[in-house]
Design a protein around this ligand. Structure first.
Ligand SMILES: Cc1cc2nc3c(=O)[nH]c(=O)nc-3n(C[C@H](O)[C@H](O)[C@H](O)COP(=O)(O)OP(=O)(O)OC[C@H]3O[C@@H](n4cnc5c(N)ncnc54)[C@H](O)[C@@H]3O)c2cc1C
Length: 191
């Protein structure tokens, strides 16, 4: 499929936090947005899932109420050792916890509500010539004068775009698990 370059004002590659908030923000301004995301929603993401309260005003401006989505307020940090020694600290600014499964899905739904189009394809190539980008997936080519690269970090596109940092090996491995149990909810809710 070849789409008309004038179909989209902005193409966003990647529908994580950066891509979806950009899609909502720009579609609220009346721009025609295409988000290309390789995975289907809802989807899990390895992430600590703590978000600082600093971003609340911005999320509100996007009409996202995280507490309606089940976010839990977090005002204390606790670190426990294997021997159950606990170090505690108050977090003056505070934040909230919400699963990326829930948050990314809600952002995607809001973007669609604002008339952004989200398609599930993997971008393989990006080229810039004659003042326009060509964004290529296995299924199609898309064109736009503006492309937002919101495909996360250390992806195969970074290698194709010859980003310097991709040559450095990363020694990190992250694992996430969600645990069900009886946890104190004294900080929960939007109080
Ligand atoms: C272990 C770990 C813990 C973290 N904990 C926290 C935390 O507690 N609090 C916090 O605020 N931040 C945390 N972060 C950071 C946070 O996860 C990132 O800042 C955030 O996810 C970045 O958002 P993004 O939209 O740039 O990228 P991502 O969320 O990674 O989204 C990129 C999207 O692009 C898609 N994509 C990738 N390649 C392509 C392609 N070729 N074609 C189409 N789609 C593509 C992916 O599927 C993905 O959906 C953590 C990160 C890690 C690794």
């Amino acid at each position: 499929m070849k789409t008309d370059p004038s179909n989209f004002d902005v193409i966003i590659i990647g529908g994580g936090l950066a891509g979806l908030t950009s899609a909502i923000h720009l579609s609220k301004q009346g721009l025609r947005i295409l988000v290309i995301e390789k995975n289907a929603y809802p989807k899990h993401k390895v992430c600590g899932e703590y978000i600082s309260n600093e971003v609340l005003p911005y999320l509100e401006s996007l009409d996202i109420d995280v507490f309606k989505l089940g976010a839990v307020k977090i005002n204390t940090f606790e670190l426990s050792t294997a021997k159950n020694k606990v170090v505690k600290a108050e977090l003056p600014l505070g934040g909230f916890g919400i699963s990326r499964y829930c948050l990314d899905y809600a952002l995607a739904q809001k973007a669609i509500e604002n008339k952004a189009i989200i398609i599930q394809e993997t971008v393989d190539h990006i080229q810039f010539s004659n003042e326009a980008f060509t964004v290529e997936t296995k299924q199609a080519m898309y064109f736009s004068k503006i492309v937002v690269g919101a495909y996360g970090k250390r992806g195969h596109l970074d290698a194709k775009l010859k980003r310097d940092f991709i040559k450095n090996k990363s020694p990190f491995l992250a694992v996430k698990t969600h645990v069900k149990g009886h946890f104190p909810r004294k900080f929960s809710g939007p109080s």
